[in-house]
Design a protein around this ligand. Sequence first.
Ligand code: HSE
Length: 342
Amino acid sequence: MVLLASKIIKTILIGKGNVGESFINLLYEKNNYLNQKLGIEIKVIAIFEIDGALIDDDGINLKEIIESKENFRELKYWNKGVLAKDKIKELNADILIETTPTNVKTGEPAITHIKEALKSNKDVISSNKAPFYLKYHELEKLAKDNNRLMRFEATVGSAIPCLAMEELLNGNIIEGIYAILNGTSNYILSRMTSEGISFEFALKEAQELGYAEADPTLDIEGYDAAGKLVILANKLMGWNKTIDDVEIQGISKIKNQVVELAKSEDVLVKHLAIAESDKLIVEPRLVKKDSPLAINGTLNVVQIKTRYAGDIILTGRGAGGNEAASAIINDLLYIVSRRFSN
Ligand code: HSE
């Protein structure tokens, strides 16, 4: 890849929560490398929070942001009350990075942010899942009509490059997906199996680990996994589904006795997300102990069933600020390599 020397790429970050902050830290850490190796400088010209924004057209001093910690609102370029939805269009930036918390019902305000960016000549990166399990095809069309790129690797499996498989397996045909896409549910079932502890106690542990959603019913009733499954199936297999198309059954009714009984039969109870024969299913199923799906703890796994090469399996940590931030940087470099190389 030959890149123009010292090309400046301007970005807007929306959301300064766990993922947003991890992104700032990782970008600060990697900017020297990007500059020296690739001849690019990624500048963040705006960081939006729910009640205002840090804006500096010349590029925000990331070190200052990191050092200010929770006191960033005291910095001189803090603009109280300035909201992303009103400002995205007029900002002169190349890429918008959306990391606000997911609103499972409406996908807002992320959907509005993404649309505003696509309509004003900005490529988009998102770690926010709901826009893509509620309105994927509408957003894809908008991106295409506006000749924009839209990447959202962090939405499924975090740093596990499962959405990238669309391009990497272009020479093959993906016929189905078997996956574990929710770390919290997998953690609970693993703890019930290995230690015999109760569902409620295991859920509490998962919450303490910071894996569970703010509303943990999204994890244990399968909604989070269902959303990720929709994103995977649409992206990898070109399906046209939304979360309403998924048959969902959670794990909250699974008793310790069932888990114990399964164990004695050499199988494990796992909360699987399956895309096959035009159907999307999230439900508890029995898997053999030596199956690639028999992963433990908070890990995620994606088993891609291909026509010409059998199964391809990806596994790793499916959540966490650093994990999501590394997926965002990958998306950024993907966009940069297509937009700014010659
Ligand atoms: N609550 C999610 C999980 C976080 O447990 O997998 C990552 O999306």
